[in-house]
Ligand binder design. Sequence first.
Ligand SMILES: *Cc1c(COP(=O)(O)O)cnc(C)c1O
Length: 499
Amino acid sequence: MFYKSTRGGAGSVLSADAIKKGIAPDGGLFVPESVCKLELEQIGNMVNMTYRERATAVLKYYIDDYTDEEIEECVENAYARQKFEGDDIAPVRKLNENVYILELWHGPTCAFKDMALQILPHLLVNAVRKTGENSRIVILVATSGDTGKAALEGFKDVSGTEIIVFYPYNGVSEVQKMQMVTQEGKNVHAIAVEGNFDDAQNGVKAIFTNPELNGLMALNGIKFSSANSINWGRLLPQIVYYFSAYADMVKKGDIRLGDKINVVVPTGNFGNILAAYYSLRMGLPINKMICASNENNVLTDFINTGRYDSKREFKRTVSPSMDILISSNLERLLFEITDHDSNAVKGWMEQLKENGEYTVDDNTRRKLSKLFWAGYTNENETLKTIEYIYNEYNYVVDTHTAVGIDVYDKYVISTGDVSASLIASTASPFKFNESVARAIFGESEIEGKSEFQLLDALSEECGLPIPQGLANLDKKTVIHKGVCSREEMAEQVKKILNI
Ligand SMILES: *Cc1c(COP(=O)(O)O)cnc(C)c1O
């Protein structure tokens, strides 16, 4: 399988190259030149496979420049039972006759980013070796919370790599901060930046293109790479869990092989839902993909009108991992639904950069609304949904998942479609415990309590154990104490790398 850029200027490369580079040299994103089609029978064959076997089966289609042994090794390392608290890597939970929840947060950091960031380091290390590269790889990450921890955990002690995460000093939750500053491993570094997420992100971008630093790196046999969600190596592993969930539903007799399901995804950067789209193209029986947003509802408007308008107030919400105005992975979808029209995509992306908006043509807009249904949820509705799901089903969901459930309810009201629907649950309720506790206990009960006290209170009320990755976090040793200004970030990198 070869990969090309959504902007048409990168020729054809093998998957190892696409994964090593992360982003195409012309600024576009790498996409496979064609989509592999599976017969229903092949999907049926997955019913009796383990998650790891399903992952190997799906990955083989797209990274056929890796040997079977290499793929199997990557999968075994990533989805080990001790990392996912058992062999149910991505279990499906039946809420009622129509609604199924795909729990994507059983990995070490309790959010769905683990599904991809546990395997990306292994895909990357293999890619480096396969392309004859001798450099040590340094992963730089700017994070608003979830990605940083998931990347630290994924790259920890992976030989040939070093990982440096910058997070905003006052921009992450207490739990998220403790998760990062207590990270163990020989090759991991977490540094607070005085400023907000944009400062950290701009600082990282400046380091990637800093000529002095890059010169020093080359002299020392070191190369930067990125683990962010536009890397094909992050998208590909996400396709697996849609096939896996479908196979599990068939196995339990919830649906028959061939029945179409709806897929509901709480969306931010459009990676997760794009993986659902690729699954559909590969032959997974999906009816509608339902794109759920919070009050940063750029995507809702885009899918409903064809106009992408990022010029609006950025809102901080209780589902912070979806607080995003520019969804990078949308570029891949546009490329696919315009039948690989790189000129059109390039034009739209240039308009977005220059004017903060673009409008797609009618044909593209029709395709969008045929594939997707979109809606959004406000802050109050998010908390109300957590409360009602708990009262009705004795099941606790996090804020992001609640956005998905509420938008799904709106979909049902609007369309009357009650066929089986799979809702992606993207974080453990313990990860965003303050909002979850507020929804379940009420404001007065949580006042004055720390996030760590709330973890205990939630665990007691709901009868659920605190996940390994969050338990006793407040008692762990703080290892990473560094704080720097936006201007000092490059110096910090030099110091860490000893160059
Ligand atoms: C990253 C994240 C999302 C958004 O996923 P995208 O692939 O960026 O659309 C949703 N929920 C949680 C908890 C996340 O960490």
